[in-house]
Design a protein around this ligand. Sequence first.
Ligand code: BTN
Length: 250
Amino acid sequence: GKARRISIDDFRHVPLDEVSSTNTEALARARAGDSGFLWITAERQTGGRGRRGREWVSERGNLYSSLLLVDFAPTEELSSLPLAVALAVHETIVSVMPPGSATVDIKWPNDVLIDRRKTSGILLEAERLQDGRMALVIGIGINIRARPDLAQYPVTSLADQGVSISPQELFARLYVAMADALSVWDRGRGIAEIVARWRRVACGIGEKITVNLPDRSISGIFSGIDDKGLLLLDSAAGTLSIAAGDVFFG
Ligand code: BTN
């Protein structure tokens, strides 16, 4: 594919106070003709959205941001984008944690965990615009303030870990880490480099997991990810490659 040059100078930041969802706001701007590399942040969301139609409770004090990319890279090169985004969020969180205080790793495909508790969430949404351009929105939420556990997962926050930082300061770090993560597409190494980096910080390889798919759950040993970033599960039915699902350990 065509190399897409990206540098931090391409990003434009639009800080907002309150929106329904930064993802919705970024998609609306794409429909209105925005050409991308736009970062929307908000202090608070009234209709924050999580994966699988879940709500993402969005009080003040946490990080809520969405990056809009338009016609960024060919679709076949984008399968590793969730992993690249998770690496940037991982690097951001590691950079503010006291060294050696806790284990910060990534639960497939893109939840950053601190001592196995969910600390961030990523919601990627794509939309073909009327003029044929492809809009991609990368929504990132990071827990800074103490938050209650979710129904599905134990949760933590930077405050719970003794880290005191403002959403603005954390965003400044995320901004730099994302420019770095996205620039792998410039260097033409794309997926291979991302998969290699992701494997080094993966949580639970070699352990028994259960993967919830839309229609069923399968258990087995999490044996790693393949060269495209798919999850490999050694199950009673053989080794399965899984493109999307919720992972539970044990
Ligand atoms: C998940 O379910 O883990 C994904 C959560 C994604 C939350 C972020 S917060 C900023 C952006 N705007 C939203 O409405 N959702 C994402």
